[in-house]
Design a protein. Structure first.
Length: 110
């Protein structure tokens, strides 16, 4: 077995290089034997960290998406005067039929 065993909910688990190779295959990732020997112990460490967090969070801890409460930092919408059509088109590099003229893309027909 690769790496040291992990304690998860009272059960020791360790990933073998064969299990990591299978996971890589499921993820369609090509991994060399040398990489497997490096990755397996690293995944053991990651799984250990996740298991330790799971042990800390009890039923009395509410799930959350962020560590701090979020508040809406956006201002209220306020209607303000904008540019007239003539003002906007006056700044355009090209105008056609009172609209912005832009280059055709993707071979579209006129």
């Amino acid at each position: 077995m690769a790496g040291s065993p992990i304690h998860t909910s009272g059960v020791f688990v360790a990933l073998s290089t064969e299990e990591v190779a299978r996971l890589a295959g499921l993820a369609r990732i090509t991994v060399s034997a040398e990489e497997l020997a490096t990755i397996a112990p690293q995944l053991d460490i990651i799984l250990d960290a996740v298991a330790s967090v799971s042990e800390v969070a009890g039923e009395d801890v509410a799930p959350m998406s962020h560590a701090l409460p979020l508040t809406n930092v956006f201002r209220d919408d306020q209607v303000r005067p904008g540019l007239t059509r003539e003002q906007a088109l006056a700044m355009a590099p090209a105008v056609e039929d009172d609209r912005f003229r832009v280059p055709r893309i993707l071979g579209e027909e006129a």
